[in-house]
Unconditional design. Structure first.
Length: 85
């Protein structure tokens, strides 16, 4: 009976270990994804600043690009706000 109890505890310990490892992997992947989104947001903000500082409107294309970048910034911010949901 002692061997059966020992085996039961070993199996439970193994299952808890696998579950814990799975949670760590999931958290790491989620963190990496979050960092990618934050990096994208920083890049978009930098691109917007460069567009704003451009000398001319390039036939309306600069203004259109700023609007598109603003939309992309909003989408990334929304994605960051829903992270983990």
């Amino acid at each position: 009976m002692s061997n059966l109890l020992s085996l039961n505890l070993t199996v439970k310990s193994l299952l808890y270990g696998v579950f814990g490892f799975g949670l760590l992997v999931f958290a790491f992947v989620a963190l990496a994804d979050q960092l990618n989104m934050e990096n994208a947001l920083a890049s978009l903000r930098s691109a917007r600043q460069s567009l704003v500082q451009a000398d001319s409107n390039k036939g309306g294309h600069r203004a259109a690009a700023i609007k598109l970048v603003d939309r992309a910034i909003s989408e990334v911010q929304a994605g960051l706000a829903t992270a983990g949901k």
